[in-house]
Design a protein around this ligand. Sequence first.
Ligand code: 3SL
Length: 234
Amino acid sequence: MKTIDVCLTPELLHLYDVHNKIVVVVDILRATSCITTAIAHGVASIIPVASVEECKAWQQLGLLAAAERDGTMVEGFDLGNSPFSYMNPDAKGKSIAVTTTNGTQAIRKSQNAKQLIVGSFLNLSAVVNFLRNQPVDVLIVCAGWKGMFNLEDTLFAGAVADCLTAQFSVACDSTLAAVALYHAARHDMMAFLSNSSHVQRLASLEIHKDIEFCLTTDRYDIIPVLQGEKLVGM
Ligand code: 3SL
């Protein structure tokens, strides 16, 4: 039987062989929610990059560029990391280079996967329905925060694994833990996450609207998938 596993932080990624797996990268607050929103609103592609310098180089080549560090937009860029900024009609049909504190790093670290897709609560059912029919093992990579565990990404991993118990066997206790946390949280994720570190961090930056949006389930039916260096809609 195919397996589903959860890598709780990118620091643990060296323990997994991603070459033969579909990797789902998740950074609920907010990178993968932004990427999902961007593609759903007609952005042609997202180029996820690790460093601010690399992102700047894309901007100098004429691309729109988004950079976030520690929750704040980096000066000199066109966009930060709010899902609402990706709804701007001016971004439609464009490619956007993006760097974020954790999410784009997790994507780059997972890029050798057999296939890499991007997940968020916004496209939860689309991700689940896609994975259900795939003949290979799945690894959900939680972006976390600067190498550390976070709750919101783990809840998403638990939600996906919970929906796939009939088709996949669980490879590791991290998946069981993620499902247990999701069961504890699912009726009121906002309340469950209220003391979590990144919700507190974003709340201190007065980004409540983004938190609420990123915890919305099934707003979009698309899945960003990595093709070469770009994430495009599937
Ligand atoms: O860490 C990341 O990749 C970001 O999503 C963090 S933030 O939500 O923009 O603060």
